[in-house]
Design a protein around this ligand. Structure first.
Ligand code: PLP
Length: 406
């Protein structure tokens, strides 16, 4: 490629404007920098956006998922199912609470779990399923809920909260999927619990951060549930720092030795501006995806379909699979793209290929479909700082690199 034209296109830089910067300054000058009014306001805005009664902000999606399992009383002796094709956080939290990780292979030519295998994986020990809304596209929740209903007689509730569900609980890893929709429902309105990430590379960022929302299951005391997240995320302390600033209110109790993963008002101040801008950010993601699709699908590449008649994703990742290439060839392509100034990635190396999961007894041979999805996959840059011309440059580079003979 012509040297003068070489760019530097990062994979997923944060889209931060002066408005976010000014809001952070306001938070810093306000005298309140940890969990306080801005975090509460951000929770309200998230719940409004998603269409749930409440939202809880925490310091990551990982914390949101782990606390949800803990609050549900899931632990040793239980099994929790997730996809082999995901980021480690979807599975590591199962290990953290002491339950057994059960990984399900993807369906052939799909980034989603194989729903037949999912049904077969449910035992009388299964307490929860963690579907992954990969790239921001919601899974087939009709299929998932049909499965958990059909396996209802196997479910053994260990506590009152589990009894309310009386079937395997569905907790989505929606780290990618804030703003996604399916069949007229927003991501967050469908699963029993939905956990979002606001990590720096995600669509909407607070640098680090996450949130959990839940469905209004009959009999669920939402105030009580909200309070559980507050306790679990702040040492099990009966009053947070803001409540303690009331006159004479210094005294508190520690209900149990809990965790520390609250969101700060500095993080929330970034999120408050990002959520104001979010519809525009989603729109721009859609334009870029449509540019990629128009050219790459015509050329015979397989890419994850983000938009359809009854769904639209949050457009988080552009996953493209290059037909007929090996894992080695794919790795070479990524190196050559990097040499042309385009940072690409792979989403995901299946969990059974990592040391930690091998040590837990997983073997990639048992996940042949996940391996096939991974081996020829390249994730192209997709973010709201890309110009149309840069998108064209990325596609031109990809075409050039692929047509090169070794
Ligand atoms: C980013 C990510 C997470 C973790 O989110 P954090 O907010 O960093 O904890 C979990 N699952 C998936 C699929 C992710 O991409």
């Amino acid at each position: 490629m012509n040297d003068t034209k070489i760019r530097n296109i990062p994979f997923s830089p944060p889209d931060i404007t002066d408005a976010e910067i000014e809001e952070v300054i306001k938070a810093l000058k306000s005298g309140w920098i940890t969990t306080g009014p801005r975090t509460k306001e951000f929770e309200k805005r998230i719940a409004e956006y998603v269409g749930t009664n409440k939202a809880v902000c925490l310091n990551s999606a990982t914390a949101a998922m782990e606390l949800t399992l803990r609050i549900l009383g899931i632990g040793p002796g239980d099994e929790v199912i997730t996809s082999a094709y995901t980021y480690t956080a979807s599975a590591s939290i199962i290990e953290h609470v002491g339950a057994k990780i059960v990984l399900v292979d993807t369906a052939p030519n799909s980034f989603e779990m194989d729903y037949t295998k999912l049904a077969d994986a449910i035992t009388e020990k299964t307490k929860a399923i963690i579907p992954v809304d990969i790239a921001g596209k919601m899974c087939d929740y009709d299929a998932i809920f049909k499965i958990v209903e059909s396996k209802k007689e196997l479910f053994k509730a260990n506590n009152d909260l589990q009894k309310l569900f009386n079937r395997v609980i569905v907790m989505t890893d929606a780290a990618h999927a804030f703003g996604a929709e399916r069949k007229g429902m927003k991501c967050g309105q469908v699963a029993d619990f939905t956990c979002f990430s606001f990590h720096a590379v995600k669509n909407l960022t607070t640098a680090e951060g996450g949130a959990v929302v839940w469905n209004n299951t009959e009999g669920l005391d939402e105030e009580w549930l909200y309070k559980q997240y507050m306790l679990y995320s702040l040492h099990g302390q009966s009053k947070d720092a803001l409540a303690k600033t009331q006159i004479g209110a210094w005294e508190y109790d520690i209900i149990y030795p809990a965790y520390k993963c609250n969101m700060t008002d500095i993080m929330a101040s970034i999120g408050l501006i990002q959520i104001d801008r979010y519809e525009g950010l989603l729109e721009r993601r859609r334009e870029i995806i449509e540019m990629y699709d128009r050219e790459l699908i015509t050329l015979g590449f397989h890419s994850l379909q983000h938009y359809g008649s009854d769904f639209s994703s949050s457009g988080h990742l552009y996953l493209v699979r290059i037909p007929e290439i090996s894992e080695e060839k794919r790795n070479e392509i990524i190196i050559k793209m990097a040499e042309a100034g385009v940072a690409c990635n792979v989403h995901y190396k299946p969990l059974p290929m990592f040391t930690a999961y091998k040590n837990l007894g997983f073997d990639i041979k048992d996940y042949p479909n996940a391996y096939k999805q991974y081996a020829n996959e390249v994730t192209l840059p997709l973010h709201t700082l890309l110009s149309d011309e840069e998108v064209q440059y990325i596609m031109d580079c990809l075409k050039t690199v692929i047509s090169q003979k070794e």
